[in-house]
Design a protein around this ligand. Structure first.
Ligand code: NAD
Length: 273
């Protein structure tokens, strides 16, 4: 199916390299006829890979934005409307970072300055984005906003540490702002709770390989890939999902509703051999 997003304009946050969920989403959105602006933190852009993505997406414009800065967010939204010639129809927030995890700090010994940055970049940035869009009246009626999250918001995965708390807050913002944007502007806001995915952010969590394998073995459909997630985001940006809002949508091959699977035992046996 093509042209699901024909005529739609958007902003895509978080494409670092071709493993990124946002990268795969940009490719799919472009294939479906969308026009969009790409953005990432200035530091991530220096790596230069995003230029290749922009070239593959009809020479999409790239605007730097550190999501923890109000002025960067305002500049991004203003410039995006200029470039795209008006309000946008969809936004993907695909951003996460934890310094405590990066530095290997245990949950019982967290540095609060780092935690502040984690919550700011990974969760408050979603509120900041929606508040800026709201104040600048930057999204069309029946627009769609999606942020990526993980089941660590509902259940404890010890090594996911403070990111579980950040994701709980992120999901709560989707409800809080989803209500207001829905009521006043007919805009929907949802989070997609994605399987463990082999990306730079994902692989940075200690023991990632083990819980990737565990989720693969427990989920009846197996883990959802970045490309699968990109397809789901396209659906959420399209007119086929107009009345879905304020939801945390599990996109995880059935992991979240499965209690037991013999495949987990088989996997453990193999690991202990
Ligand atoms: N990989 C997984 O296993 C997994 C599972 C569920 C949800 N997610 C979520 O998916 C989203 C995308 O992550 P990914 O797995 O594609 O990894 P990724 O490393 O490719 O993407 C993370 C992005 O966040 C950006 N970022 C970090 N700090 C920023 C800042 N201050 N300003 C702007 N951008 C900043 C990075 O530059 C990067 O592009 C994140 O929200 C992540 O938590 C990932």
């Amino acid at each position: 199916m093509n042209n699901l997003l024909k005529g739609k304009k958007g902003i895509i946050f978080g494409a670092l390299n071709d493993k990124s969920i946002a990268w795969q989403t940009a490719i799919k959105c472009y294939e479906q006829g969308a026009e969009f602006v790409l953005t990432n933190a200035p530091i991530a852009m220096r790596l230069g890979e995003i230029n290749n993505l922009a070239a593959a997406c009809g020479n999409a414009q790239i605007i730097p934005c550190d999501v923890s800065k109000n002025e960067d967010m305002e500049n991004l939204i203003a410039k995006s409307m200029e470039i795209l010639g008006g309000k946008v129809d969809f936004i993907l927030h695909s951003v996460g970072m934890s310094l405590n995890i990066r530095k290997g700090k245990d949950y019982t010994d967290l540095d609060y300055k780092f935690m502040h940055d984690t919550l700011d970049i990974s969760a408050m940035s979603f509120h900041r984005l929606m508040q800026t869009v709201y104040k600048m009246d930057a999204i069309n009626e029946w627009g769609s906003i999606v942020a990526l999250t993980y089941i660590g918001a509902q259940k404890v995965f010890p090594d996911y540490s403070e990111m579980g708390d950040a994701k709980s807050l992120l999901e709560s913002f989707a409800r809080g702002f989803g209500y207001r944007l829905g009521k006043e502007r007919s805009v929907r806001v949802n989070t997609i709770s994605q399987s463990p995915t082999k990306t730079t952010a994902g692989s940075g969590v200690k023991g990632f390989g083990d819980f990737y394998d565990y989720a693969e073995a427990l989920s009846p459909l197996g883990n959802a890939s970045a490309e699968d997630c990109a397809n789901y985001s396209v659906l959420m940006f399209s007119d086929l999902s107009r009345k879905v809002t304020m939801q945390n949508l599990f996109h995880d091959g059935g992991f979240s509703n499965t209690g037991f699977s013999y495949d987990v035992f088989k996997m453990m046996d193999k690991k202990s051999e």
